[in-house]
Design a protein around this ligand. Structure first.
Ligand SMILES: Cc1ncc(COP(=O)(O)O)c(C=O)c1O
Length: 435
């Protein structure tokens, strides 16, 4: 008998789960297998992590070989071959202008690292009064204190008494069902919301603001796609005021929306990119922060024996994670994943928007291979419809994710059209049973 009590599960209704556990034992390709032998199709690519499919043989082999050769190497003042090879490969994969990589072990760490780089960079170039950040409502930037502070999901802050970094303001989110419900791709309405940034800067003074951080597409809050022209305006305002623009691409990188990095899909170049998840296809935890060589070079002053940036993790650039990421990058490139995603995106869009007539559905949103179906909440019980849908889909052999009453989809980058049919067939049947 497996004892379920000792494990305090993250972001989980622990008591409900332990009464009705959903325990995965193995995975291959598009499918999980549970402990009691049920096959479950994964419509969420892990947790936005595993776009190339579970247990991709090439990544598995690279990890197995690496762990037998070099399990760990100290990360400070020494390093190992794989970290340098990976940094180089990642830079070749990244948009032009990104020339340096700092490794972390998660998206949360990548975000906090990016915020610290922004603060420190403003100081090293003599702008030490720039200690403020601007995030956005409904933004999700992980769970560490920096990411929680710039994030904008109330439940993630409330429980901790809103003890956040000082000097953080938030832009409004861009979801407005009156104006942009059922948009396919980028909504036409809403670019003017970026002008709030100008107002916040006028009130608080650009000289006090280090950086703006947003997800190009808000993922965890339920796939909020930026209105046409919105990101361009943020870029223009930040540039004009000497404020760094950070794109949190923990979800949107590695072809999730058709381009290697989401910013390339939108044609807007930030100053700093954070990423994680798809970097190793979720196989080994890893995150990364990408910056231009100008930012890096500004730190390279003082005596050469001195540490230039007092930050780093024991596992930064871990050899086994680096091996997984090197193999994943080979697969992304050699298997032409970008073209595959662009080919199947219209099929995904058609399949998800066909759910419009299902009971309780009040919005459907999508871009690339990210999609969400939002249901109206039950009066007085927000989130209960979403939870019920999640559990009932699982019972029918489909893993979906929900945030409150919004169902989220993040299909495999190599999905075949029948997977979309199967997914939404099950979701429709389930939602038809939900009052
Ligand atoms: C945009 C974004 N940033 C940061 C994170 C945090 O990543 P992690 O859970 O690896 O710390 C996530 C996780 O979903 C995310 O979606």
């Amino acid at each position: 008998m497996l004892n379920l009590e000792s494990y305090w599960m993250p972001y989980t209704a622990n008591r409900a789960f332990k009464r009705n556990p959903r325990i995965i034992e193995s995975a291959s390709g598009f499918y999980y297998k549970t402990r009691d032998g049920q096959t479950v199709m994964d419509s969420f690519s892990g947790l936005w992590t595993s776009g190339l499919g579970h247990c991709h043989p090439r990544i598995v082999k690279a990890v197995q070989e690496q762990v037998a050769k070099l399990d760990y190497s100290a990360a400070f003042q020494v390093s190992h071959t794989g970290a340098f090879e990976l940094a180089d490969k990642l830079i070749n994969f990244a948009p032009p202008g990104f020339e340096r990589v700092f490794f972390t072990n998660s998206g949360s760490e990548a975000v906090d690292t990016a915020l610290k780089i922004a603060l420190a960079w403003q100081r090293v170039r003599g702008e030490g009064t720039r200690i403020g950040f601007i995030g956005r409502e409904k933004g999700y930037h992980g769970v560490n204190f920096g990411g929680m502070s710039v994030g904008g999901i109330p439940a993630n802050r409330e429980m901790f008494g809103n003890v956040t970094l000082p000097n953080v303001r938030h832009l409004s989110h861009t979801l407005d069902l009156e104006h942009n419900a059922f948009s396919k791709g980028q909504p036409e309405w809403g670019s003017h919301l970026a002008d709030e940034l100008e107002r916040i800067i006028t009130l608080h003074n650009a000289k006090n603001i280090a950086a703006v951080i947003v997800e190009p597409v808000s993922g965890s809050a339920g796939v909020l796609v930026p209105p046409v022209g919105y990101l361009e305006r943020l870029r223009e305002i930040c540039t004009r005021h000497g404020i760094l623009l950070i794109f949190d691409e923990v979800i949107t990188a590695f072809y999730r929306i058709g381009a290697p990095f989401g910013c390339e899909r939108f044609g807007v170049t930030p100053d700093i990119i954070t990423t994680a998840k798809g970097i190793t296809n979720g196989v080994i935890p890893m995150g990364a922060v990408l910056v231009g060589s100008n930012i890096y070079q500004d730190f390279m002053n003082g005596p050469e024996y001195a540490i230039e940036f007092f930050h780093g993790y024991t596992y930064s650039g871990h050899p086994v994670a680096a091996a997984a990421a090197l193999a994943a990058l080979d697969v992304y490139i050699e298997e032409d994943i970008g073209n595959k995603v662009r080919e199947i995106t219209p099929l995904f869009e058609a399949a998800i928007h066909a759910m419009r007539d299902v009971p309780h559905v009040i919005d459907i949103r999508n871009i690339g291979l990210m999609g969400a179906i939002e249901m109206a909440p039950r009066p007085g019980q927000p989130g209960s419809r979403g939870m019920e849908a999640h559990v009932k889909c699982f019972e029918r052999g489909l893993m979906i994710r929900h945030a409150m009453d919004t169902l989220q989809f993040s299909p495999f980058l190599t999905s075949t059209p029948d997977l979309f049919d199967e997914t939404f067939d099950i979701v429709r049947k389930v939602l038809d049973t939900i009052d």
